[in-house]
Write a protein that binds this ligand. Sequence first.
Ligand code: NPW
Ligand code: ADP
Ligand code: K
Length: 457
Amino acid sequence: MRSAHTVEQVRAAETALMARLPEGALMQRAAAGLAYAVLDLLPQAYGARVTLLVGSGDNGGDALYAGALLARRGVRVSAWLLAAAPHRAGLEALRRAGGRVVEAAPSQPQDVVVDGIVGIGGRPGLRPEAVAALEVLRGVPVVAVDVPSGVDVDTGRIDGPAVRADVTVTFGTHKVALLADPAAAYAGAVHLVDIGLDLPEAAVESLQAADVVALLPRPDEHAHKYTRGVVGIRAGSARYPGAGVLCVSGAAAGLCGMVRYLAGARDAVVAAHPDVVTENGRVQAWAVGSGGGPDVATMLAEARADGVPLVVDADALGLVDGPLGVPAVLTPHAGELSRMTGAARADIEGDPLGHAREAAVTYDAVVLLKGRHTVVARPDGNARITTTGVAWLATAGAGDVLAGLIGALLAAGLEPYDAASVGSWLHGAAATYAARGGPITAPDVARAIPGVVRDLL
Ligand SMILES: NC(=O)C1=CN([C@@H]2O[C@H](COP(=O)(O)OP(=O)(O)OC[C@H]3O[C@@H](n4cnc5c(N)ncnc54)[C@H](OP(=O)(O)O)[C@@H]3O)[C@@H](O)[C@H]2O)[C@@H](O)CC1
Ligand SMILES: Nc1ncnc2c1ncn2[C@@H]1O[C@H](COP(=O)(O)OP(=O)(O)O)[C@@H](O)[C@H]1O
Ligand SMILES: [K+]
């Protein structure tokens, strides 16, 4: 599991650890990890040029100590001081190692910029000096120290200028802004350096392959199709048969025992999926809504009446105005959530974590807010953020596949929070697997799911 802690949690863990260690030990650990990440980006250390952007706090201190380590390896290190009183001991260390202090952009082209402007102590946004320095160094690869400076560390919001990093080297644990968009998109590749912090449980996390393996339902020796779970699909209509077919394709990817289809695209569904049953009967979960057309209210009411867990998607989301009274996963994209809650779409996109958490409370359900980094939020405030997937997944019908897949995982017995987050992880991984760097359509995503599961297991 990748865990993201709050600034307050990091500060408390840091204080406890520092009381047991010699002064400066933590910063030395952080700086060593940072220096190695910078070296990784340089073709060779000797003669390479690195500029440090240094703010007033310990984030700048990390940059200065890392700069000293780099200078000892032959890197030409320039520290561009953006604050009047930078970390004193760090600056001394850099000077002793042969680094120099500059007051403007170095005249020679630089190989890497290290963003030590602010870390977890920073307020969102950047001061004009920092913006100007970044502008002058535009085009040079950026390594951010702990977080890209300027982002809102505990929410992932961006409320002003912020650094766009190629790599972020973070210490002790991930920060929320490294998982939650829009800030996460500013972090580039994230490297975690272990500095030995003892941390409590995190409210925000991101499943990794091993977590998905641990949660994934699979048949035991004595399984039959009913013990594996039956998912019912009420999606698709005469007008939108494709949505029914796609929702079924996610449901019929093999993760539960059987799929029942009860909506208006029966012929198309059976032609594409001969394994699907169209008689009414017991199910352990329903997926409702994609391409539902005029019958969507009846579809939702009938599924709800069964009392089993529900996935509510697309057209059916417009009918949800409060708790549904059964365990549920709601799967809006930002536009759909905006229509549900009345919040502006741009506000939702600017704070997807906050809006998903709020909606989870309002509807007393798991809310899966789709996007680049999909958020799965639970009413108790916990959230999982999906980091699998590629931009090629933004294609019509991909959401229908996801709704069916989550329905299958619910039917197989996963809790709504696990079904939504595991489903979203697999959906993103299937898209990456199918795309292999090129375009995909929604059926490609569904077809790739069994291969992803096979590789995982
Ligand atoms: N915690 C840990 O476990 C470890 C932490 N470590 C490191 O320490 C970092 C935290 O250091 P920190 O607490 O000194 O705060 P930090 O982010 O450097 O700067 C805050 C100062 O910046 C200023 N300022 C504020 N906003 C600003 C803005 N928008 N734009 C410009 N300036 C702004 C403001 O001062 P002002 O100029 O307003 O007087 C404020 O005092 C952490 O991220 C990690 O890198 C590691 O060494 C090891 C283990
Ligand atoms: N930029 C992006 N990068 C990765 N995945 C994305 C991006 N934008 C959207 N997605 C994913 O693509 C899918 C689109 O689903 P959705 O918007 O419901 O489409 P539809 O309604 O046509 O089925 C979602 O799983 C979403 O998370
Ligand atoms: K930084």
